[in-house]
Design a protein around this ligand. Structure first.
Ligand code: GLU
Length: 486
């Protein structure tokens, strides 16, 4: 029997990076073992349903390269893959449980349940429902239901004994049944609860390995009881540690952005995202930090999964993204900037390869590209005073001297035999010596003239890319500005 794993996201908002982390484990295990990975949308909580959330989750998975075999948009043999389209199935199973005495109808009002919740729990007893309706005569219960009285269906948890299951990461877990509440399986609106739907679907969809976040571990005994009540064999459970904020609380958007599509919009590469998530959750046999999704799939092993709640570190994530940016061939990086919408529309094609090459070592996020190359796109406005080199804000030369220096630069640039960075550098250096300027001072003036900024990509390489004509025009513009100062 080949493994079948699943991601069961609730469409309640933006696709959370923690969900993608769980998806990565499910994907890697299924792909490594020749199994299948499926997506099931858990949309039974209508109060939390967000229109468009499902599409964003699927987009995020696709962007990361976590392909799936079955799902709401691709169908499959055990669909539908949205729980809201499976209500009849849950009701049938609830009826089966009712008939077998494993479940009962509860007619308690919301007010009564609220009051129960406020009562202090008794020692050795599950907090929650006091099982009042469990004592109802089944015939009476059926009659009230038939008369249309609102009710839920609850699991009749055994009053004695204990429930055990083995977690693939955490070993055997045992809980006394007395501590388990008679949980609701079907709500009064006819929708199943998460507990009911997850068990029925995992079983009917042939899920063999339930791999999910550790926050669900306390629900698992309830699920195990349900499997048993339905006469079903248990799947293998794995509860992976949650990613945490530096203060060890669950990763939340108050501390770090958690929407995986936000990372896309900032210019994180999907290669870096899956690498970072893989690095957080798992260590490679050779301790390598940088690896591809395919390498992760090959190396993935439950033995090397981190069970201690990895801490999310934005600096590390950015560093890794920068590493991935630097590993790409320049043409691929240019294509990626284009396909992800980070290539400024006005950047002339002739500048693209050079500009990408110069920016590549400097980028942590693709989003930074546009700002870094803005002066390639157009001559940007700047303060004329920037042309005058200074030390801690004190000008080192007058406006007239700067004007003269710029005119000499223009002449030298116009006369330079070759237009390469290698030729430009010594040409400008010797001019600085002739003028009695430190070369760094002259480069400052020239840098502002060319790039309109004090900080930019390397000056002479930049000039080579812009070409002689454009550079001379920019120096002319600078001379005019300096004249106005003098
Ligand atoms: N719908 C749950 C979630 O959003 C699924 C939990 C599970 O995998 O069982 O995380």
């Amino acid at each position: 029997m080949t493994p079948r794993t699943r991601l069961a996201p609730s469409p309640t908002g933006e696709p959370h990076i923690g969900n993608m982390y769980v998806a990565l484990f499910n994907w890697a295990f299924a792909r490594q073992t020749g199994g299948q990975f499926l997506i099931r949308i858990e949309d039974t909580d209508r109060s939390r349903f967000v229109e468009g959330a499902e599409a964003m989750i699927l987009e995020a998975l696709q962007w990361l390269g976590l392909d799936y075999d079955e799902g709401p948009d691709r169908g499959g043999p055990v669909g539908p893959y949205r729980q809201s389209q499976r209500l009849e199935i849950y009701r049938e199973h609830a009826d089966r449980l009712l008939a077998a005495g494993h479940a009962y109808r509860c007619f308690c009002t919301a007010e009564r349940l609220k009051e129960l919740r406020q009562r202090p729990p008794q020692a050795g007893q599950a907090a929650g429902y006091d099982r009042l309706c469990r004592a109802l005569d089944p015939a009476e219960s059926a009659r009230r239901a038939a008369a249309g009285e609102p009710h839920t269906v609850r699991l009749a948890v055994p009053l004695e004994g204990e429930t055990r299951f083995a977690d693939g990461l955490r070993g055997e877990i045992t809980i006394a049944n007395a501590m388990v509440d008679d949980q609701v399986l079907i709500k009064s609106d006819g929708f199943p609860t998460y507990h009911m739907a997850v068990v029925v679907d995992d079983r009917l969809m042939g899920v063999t390995h339930v791999i999910r976040a550790e926050e669900w571990i306390t629900s698992t005994p309830k699920h195990v009881l349900l499997y048993q009540a339905l006469g079903w064999e248990l799947p293998q459970f794995y509860h992976v540690s949650l990613i945490r904020n530096p203060d060890r609380s669950k990763l939340s958007k108050r501390k770090n952005p958690t929407n995986v599509l936000w990372y896309r919009r900032e210019g994180f590469l999907p290669e870096a995202v899956v690498n970072y998530l893989g690095m957080l959750g798992h260590s490679m046999p050779d301790q390598r930090e940088i690896f591809t999704l395919a390498e992760f799939r090959e190396a993935f092993s439950w033995q090397r999964v981190n069970t201690t709640g990895p801490v999310f570190d934005m600096d590390k994530f950015e560093w890794l993204n920068g590493e991935w940016i630097r590993r790409m061939p320049v043409e691929d990086l240019a294509a990626r900037l284009r396909s992800e919408g980070f290539m400024p529309a006005g950047l002339p094609d002739a500048y693209v390869p050079g500009a990408v090459k110069l920016m590549q070592p400097r980028l942590k996020r693709l989003k930074e590209f546009a700002d870094g190359v803005a002066f390639f796109v157009s001559r940007l406005p700047y303060e004329p005073a920037l042309l005058i080199p200074d030390k801690k804000g004190k000008p080192l030369h007058t406006a007239a001297e700067t004007c003269d220096a710029l005119a000499r630069m223009r002449a030298a640039l116009a006369a330079l035999p070759g237009w390469t960075a290698a030729a430009l550098e010594p040409g400008m250096r010797s001019l600085a010596a002739d003028l009695g300027w430190k070369h760094a001072e002259l480069y400052t003036t020239l840098r502002v003239a060319i790039t309109c900024r004090r900080i930019s990509t390397p000056l002479f390489e930049t000039m080579e890319i812009l070409g002689r004509e454009e550079c001379l025009a920019r120096v002319d513009g600078a001379i005019e500005k300096a004249q106005a100062l003098a």
